[in-house]
Structure formats: structure tokens, C-alpha cells
Design a protein around this ligand. Structure first.
Ligand SMILES: Cc1cc2nc3c(=O)[nH]c(=O)nc-3n(C[C@H](O)[C@H](O)[C@H](O)COP(=O)(O)OP(=O)(O)OC[C@H]3O[C@@H](n4cnc5c(N)ncnc54)[C@H](O)[C@@H]3O)c2cc1C
Length: 453
């Protein structure tokens, strides 16, 4: 393979999560030099299942054609409705042979082990609810990454002192410093790059306040239940399909997920508690140890481990995803609560658009340090509104599941809820990736033409 033009910028990707690794695979295919810096000592993913909507799968397809096959082999697809779910769809004349279900919604306050859903939402693809085991997916991505990953590198600061060879200098917790032409913050919900960006956009002191994500007032218990135990508890018919039990200030989501050859029921139990704050610093800043008793107290039945404080940027949206040569993507840009099952999917959309913009610049022989501004400008214009929509809508979805919206009460509660949730999921799933890429490429071409005129 011929070496890339020496004029290509060298990028520093901060973090080695799903967003960063996927972007790295795309950048390597375009021969764009980059290095990944990760604070942990290895690739690590906490937690269990990650559902991917049709928009996420389409984005993956655009990023790298190998992903389709890899995804189909790695994901667990469940779409056959439970017998009660199918009956509901038939009664509503919504059932067509071969239809697949996304989630069946149940009233969690019903007594006597009744597992009849109140309503059912069909899947936006032909395959049902698709989920990957997080750790397994990260391993798959890690296996495709060819760029250098430097572990044990916790980014502390990004500075631009006089006399540096490249544009940015990164300072890490171990005291080392590295230069690059631009920094791409893929450092997730508690992003340090977002803080640095907010300082650059709004002035000193702003990053430590407005650059931070906030506690959403909700926390979650997550665990993988061995398949046999799950079947024993609620029956094969119910565990075989994604199910969401609703209730006042609580909801519980289950879906099957495979790890290696073993099948588990992924279970996430969400609680609203706005009376509490969540520690903003230290090891408990995302998760806190929890006992089975804590979960039992919250839910009165079932068993869980670890509590996750759900953080997002609903209250502190970014006014721009970039400033000069510092850009954020993925959760670093739009950390969201997980109630549309789409956070990672939107991260994949980000990567698809950013990758397409780099490719377009290369096609115009215009990828240099000087055109990063144009690329980042178009990325921001095409992603920020949609990404922030997810953050806000996801909060609303949780309030729907937890009966926190006064208009959604009485006789028609479930009917209204179904319509609202369905419409929101459509916004997530029906994203036209192809046209979005075309529009972004066209805008970049115009900007590049203007810049060189
Ligand atoms: C309970 C829960 C359930 C979810 N379920 C779903 C779902 O079903 N479907 C879905 O699409 N999304 C879901 N999400 C959202 C999804 O997990 C995220 O959108 C996705 O993981 C974000 O990926 P990322 O790579 O941008 O960030 P992350 O995965 O957070 O990766 C960031 C990386 O950066 C590293 N890092 C952080 N700070 C630094 C630093 N200063 N220096 C160097 N490295 C650093 C971290 O160690 C980490 O490796 C869920 C989220 C939660 C909390």
C-alpha cells in the first residue's frame, strides 16, 4: 500500500471506547495517521448488553462493509413476539406474518405474575431487537484496529504553547506530553476534552462547570441473569422477547444477549430519585457499589449488582462540537441517558459522517491541517441538533415509562404512550444515512471550493 501524503494531519483520539475504535478503523482505511490514548490499562467495557437500532446498523455499513457480516455474527436478534404480544397485535390488526417485535411493554404494578403486555412496539427492521454483548463487541473492534493504542494515558489537559511543532499539546496524568495536529475527544460521558473545548469556546473557568455532564436524577442497576434462572422466574415466552415493565418512578428492561456460546438475560432496572445527588469526582463518579438488598428495596423483587448514575448533557448542551483543532464526538459530545437504546447508535452515525467528510476532503486532494476547520464546521452543522435531540428525548422516554407525565394518565394512558414512544423511535431508526452523508459531502465541497477560490 502506498504511504499517505505527508500533508495529512496527525490526529490524537482520546479514549478507546466504541466511538474511538470505530473511528480509528475508518481513519486507517483512509490512511489518515492517528494515535489512540486510553486512560485504562486495556480495552474495558463495563456492563452487559448494547442494543443497536437499524440506524446504527446502517451507519456501521457506511463506515466499513466488513461490519455488516461481523455484526450479524456477533449480535443476538430477538423479534418473535410472546404469545400474548402476538394476540395484542392481532387484535389491533397490526400483525403481519413475519413481523418482528422491538419491545413489549408491561404494567409492572400488576399483581399475581401477570405478564400480559399493555402494548407492543414493532421493530424498525426485519430482524427484531438486536443487541451485542458490550465486551464482545469491543473485542471485535479491537481486533480490527491497526493504529497504535497507548494505554495508561489519562488526558489531563490540551494546550497550545508557543513553539510546538504541531498544533496541540496533550498533557497526560503520568506527566508525559505529546503533540498532534488535532484532538478528537472520544472520551465518553465524563469527557475531559469536552471541558477543554468549553474553556476554548466560552472562556477560562467555564469547562469545570458547563463542560461537565450532569446527573439526570435517575440511576440504574444492571446485570446478566443466567438463562435458566430467567426462564424459571418469568417463563420462556416472556424472556425470549425484549420486555419493559413500567411503573411509577421505576422501570425495568430485559433483553436476551449472547456471550460466547452462553445465553443470558440482560436486565437493567431504572429508578428516578431526584432527592439524591451523585458524586461528581472519584471512582464512584459513574458507578457505585450496590447490594442485592439495595435493588430489592428499590424494586421489592429481583436481584441486581452495581448502581449506575445516569448522566447526560441535557442541562448543558454544547454550543459547538469543536473549536479550532479540538473536536468531540460520541458520548463526549452528547452523553445521553439510555432510554431510546440509541446512544451508541448515534455515536456510529457521528463516525459515519466524520469519516465521509475526511474521505470527501481526500477526494478533493484537500486534506491538510488547514482544512480541518471546514471538516469540523460541516460535522458540527450536520450532527449537533440531531445528537442533542436524542439527549432530550431520551429523558422524556424515561418519564413516559415511569408514568411521570401527567397528560398520560387515565383510560387512554397506554394508547397515548405507545403513539409517543413509537414516533420517537422512528426518529432514531428512520434516519436516512445515505442522504445525510450526501448533504454533508456537498456542504464540505462548497466550503472547500470557497476556501480555495
Ligand atoms: C446503563 C446504560 C445502558 C446503555 N444502553 C445502550 C443501548 O442499549 N444501546 C445504545 O446504543 N447505547 C446504550 N448506552 C449508551 C452507550 O453505552 C454509549 O453511547 C457508548 O458506550 C458511548 O461510547 P463512547 O466510545 O463515545 O464512550 P465510552 O464507551 O464511554 O468510552 C470512552 C473511553 O474514553 C476513556 N477515557 C475517559 N476519559 C479519559 C481521559 N481523560 N483520558 C483518556 N481516556 C479517557 C474511557 O476509559 C473509555 O475507554 C447505554 C448507556 C448506559 C449508561
Amino acid at each position: 500500500m502506498a504511504s499517505p501524503p505527508s500533508s495529512f494531519p496527525h490526529l490524537a483520539l482520546i479514549g478507546a471506547g466504541i466511538t474511538s475504535l470505530t473511528l480509528s478503523i475508518r481513519l486507517s482505511a483512509l490512511q489518515i495517521p492517528h494515535t489512540i490514548y486510553e486512560q485504562s490499562s486495556s480495552l474495558t467495557e463495563l456492563g452487559a448488553g448494547l442494543s443497536f437500532g437499524p440506524n446504527a446498523v446502517r451507519a456501521l455499513q457506511h463506515i466499513d462493509s466488513r461490519f455488516v457480516d461481523v455484526f450479524n455474527k456477533t449480535a443476538t436478534f430477538v423479534g418473535t413476539p410472546s404469545s400474548q404480544g402476538k394476540r395484542i397485535l392481532e387484535d389491533e390488526e397490526e400483525w403481519r406474518e413475519g413481523d418482528q417485535v422491538w419491545i413489549e411493554f408491561l404494567d409492572g404494578t400488576k399483581q399475581g405474575g401477570d405478564v400480559t403486555p399493555e402494548f407492543v412496539i414493532k421493530a424498525g427492521n426485519g430482524k427484531g431487537h438486536a443487541a451485542v454483548h458490550r465486551g464482545k463487541w469491543l473485542d471485535v473492534l479491537g481486533g480490527l484496529v491497526t493504529a497504535e493504542i497507548q494505554f495508561g494515558k489519562r488526558l489531563v489537559d490540551v494546550v497550545r504553547p508557543d513553539g510546538v511543532k504541531r498544533w496541540v499539546k496533550m498533557v497526560f496524568g503520568d506527566g508525559t506530553e505529546v503533540e498532534a495536529d488535532a484532538v478528537v475527544g472520544c472520551d465518553g460521558v465524563k469527557s475531559r476534552v469536552r471541558e477543554v473545548l468549553v474553556e476554548a469556546l466560552h472562556g477560562e473557568g467555564e469547562g469545570r462547570t458547563n463542560g461537565k455532564c450532569g446527573y439526570s436524577g435517575k440511576y440504574a442497576y444492571r446485570c446478566l441473569v443466567p438463562w435458566d434462572k430467567a426462564v424459571e422466574a418469568v417463563g420462556e415466552d416472556r424472556v425470549g422477547v425484549s420486555s419493559l415493565w413500567m411503573g411509577p418512578n421505576r422501570h425495568l428492561l430485559t433483553f436476551p444477549v449472547n456471550r460466547q456460546e452462553e445465553r443470558f438475560l440482560n436486565l437493567v432496572a431504572f429508578v428516578t430519585d431526584q432527592s439524591q445527588t451523585w458524586p461528581s469526582q472519584g471512582p464512584a463518579s459513574l458507578t457505585m457499589p450496590a447490594t442485592k438488598m439495595d435493588a430489592l428495596k428499590d424494586f421489592e423483587r429481583a436481584g441486581f449488582s452495581d448502581t449506575w448514575g445516569l448522566h447526560d448533557v441535557a442541562d448543558r448542551p454544547l454550543s459547538s462540537f469543536f473549536s479550532d483543532r479540538i473536536i468531540v464526538i460520541g458520548d463526549a459530545a452528547h452523553a445521553s441517558t439510555p432510554h431510546h437504546g440509541s446512544g451508541a447508535g448515534f455515536c456510529m452515525e457521528d463516525v459515519a459522517i466524520l469519516g465521509a467528510l475526511f474521505e470527501e476532503a481526500i477526494a478533493h486532494k484537500a486534506l491538510t491541517v488547514n482544512t480541518l476547520q471546514e471538516i469540523f464546521t460541516v460535522f458540527d452543522a450536520h450532527r449537533r441538533e440531531r445528537d442533542q435531540w436524542l439527549v432530550n428525548s431520551s429523558r422524556r422516554a424515561a418519564d413516559l415509562y415511569q408514568w411521570r407525565i401527567p397528560e398520560f394518565s387515565g383510560q387512554e394512558r397506554f394508547e397515548k404512550m405507545k403513539a409517543d414512544i413509537e414516533q420517537r423511535q422512528k426518529v432514531c431508526w428512520d434516519f436516512d444515512m445515505e442522504s445525510a452523508i450526501e448533504r454533508a459531502e456537498r456542504d464540505l465541497k462548497e466550503l472547500l471550493d470557497t476556501a480555495t477560490r
